[in-house]
Design a protein around this ligand. Structure first.
Ligand SMILES: Cc1ncc(COP(=O)(O)O)c(C=O)c1O
Length: 386
């Protein structure tokens, strides 16, 4: 890759992370151990939850949340089509059916006014996704959940720092699932965390993440441990390990610094783009806190002689990485063919899917790089404005 290419994302790993990973390597304890326990405790405190369970991904957290609540065959789970494949894939892996509800045109989150129409006797859970880091309307979701006795499993892959009104993401739904994938707000390389206030659910998720064993490695091999264990049920292999936690501990301590820089970059982009007729900037948070995970724009096609895909190709040629979050799930082959879905089923998500794109947003971006992204976009717009 040319030195001049501004990548869509680069993680920021400092000396502290490097030293902690080295110390973990040298300790000889590489699997789930004391560093993982410490990271879980610090993350639980940060999220305002009683319990946090470290896992190898957010995907595992979403799946194990469904399993822990016994959601499976014959059940339906309501979610948004404007999300990553993992959100709906895990519903299928659990044996249940994903039921999509269209999104709001302003903040692009699930349209809570339409959730109740999608509730059937088979509905067991709602899985809201706080897209970009903007919290969903949780008051409405919680009141529908209470009325119809539904579990709320939050996909907070984008929303580590988010606050809904005065409630921290991670302290609201029955479980909340976070991602530490390399492009996320903090990273452990790969990794995830589930938070909950329910002790039984936390314990079930922990056991399921480690083959369904009654004792994990720490409980078996430490001096105070017991070597024998029982297989309580056939579980999975989804545990976080100490090298990931070594990264996570120091990433978590920098979370506010990273967030402030992403907010600053967001403001610079907004100043440049929000008054242009060519783009629509999706709504920000009114009350609470945006995690500023993605910088997303919607291209207004009638003002330009090029479409979104041509714009991204021109950006790439000019040395700027970009991405698409997301092409809505009902437009993908598997979901189209399996559930007979058509673009008209979710018109807002369909329209947004063809116009949305994401620009680089991460703390390692320099001011010069941010200026280059802006001036490159401006040049392309000038060339193609109608
Ligand atoms: C909305 C959403 N949910 C879930 C995930 C899955 O996260 P992970 O890669 O940690 O499993 C992602 C990952 O990008 C995501 O964007």
């Amino acid at each position: 890759m040319s030195d001049n290419f501004i990548q869509f994302h680069r993680a920021w790993i400092g000396d502290e992370e490097e030293q902690e990973v080295l110390a973990a390597l040298r300790s000889g304890w590489l699997t789930t151990g004391e560093r993982t326990r410490k990271f879980e405790a610090e993350f639980a405190r940060y999220a305002g939850a009683r319990y946090a369970v470290g896992l190898n991904s957010c995907t595992a957290g979403l799946f194990l949340s469904l399993k822990a609540f016994g959601i499976g065959k014959g059940d339906e789970v309501i979610t948004t089509p404007m999300t990553f494949a993992a959100t709906a894939n895990v519903i299928l892996h659990a044996g249940a059916k994903p039921v999509f509800v269209d999104i709001n045109p302003d903040d692009l989150n699930i349209n809570t006014a339409k959730i109740e129409e999608a509730v059937t006797p088979g509905t067991r859970a709602v899985m809201p996704v706080h897209f970009r880091g903007v919290p969903c309307n949780m008051d409405v979701i919680l009141s529908i959940a209470e009325k119809h006795n539904l579990i709320v499993i939050e996909d907070a892959a984008h929303a580590i720092e988010s606050v809904y009104k005065n409630r921290k993401t991670g302290s609201i739904g029955n479980t909340t699932c976070f991602s530490f994938y390399p492009n996320k707000n903090i990273t452990t390389g790969e990794g995830g965390m589930v938070t909950t206030d329910n002790e039984g659910i936390a314990s079930k998720i922990r056991i399921l993440s480690n083959h369904g064993l009654s004792r994990d490695a720490l409980m078996r091999y430490m001096p105070s441990g017991q070597p024998l264990y029982e297989v309580l049920e056939p579980g999975y292999k989804f545990n976080m390990f100490d090298l990931q936690a070594a990264l996570g501990l120091h990433q978590l301590s920098k979370i506010e610094t990273f967030w402030k820089r992403r907010r600053q970059i967001t403001h610079k982009y907004n100043t440049a783009f929000e008054k242009l007729p060519h783009f629509t900037v999706p709504a920000d948070v009114n009350e609470g806190k945006n995690a500023y995970h993605l910088y997303v724009l919607l291209l207004n096609r009638d003002t330009l002689g090029i479409d979104r895909d041509q714009l991204l190709t021109e950006l790439k040629k000019a040395g700027i990485g970009s991405s698409v979050h997301f092409k809505a799930l009902h437009l993908h082959k598997y979901y189209r063919e399996t559930f007979g879905l058509v673009p008209e089923d979710f018109p807002v998500a369909t329209d947004v899917s063809g116009r949305i794109f994401s620009l680089p947003l991460y703390p390692r971006l320099t001011d010069e790089e941010v200026e280059r992204v802006i001036s490159t976009v401006m040049k392309i717009l000038q060339k193609h404005a109608k």
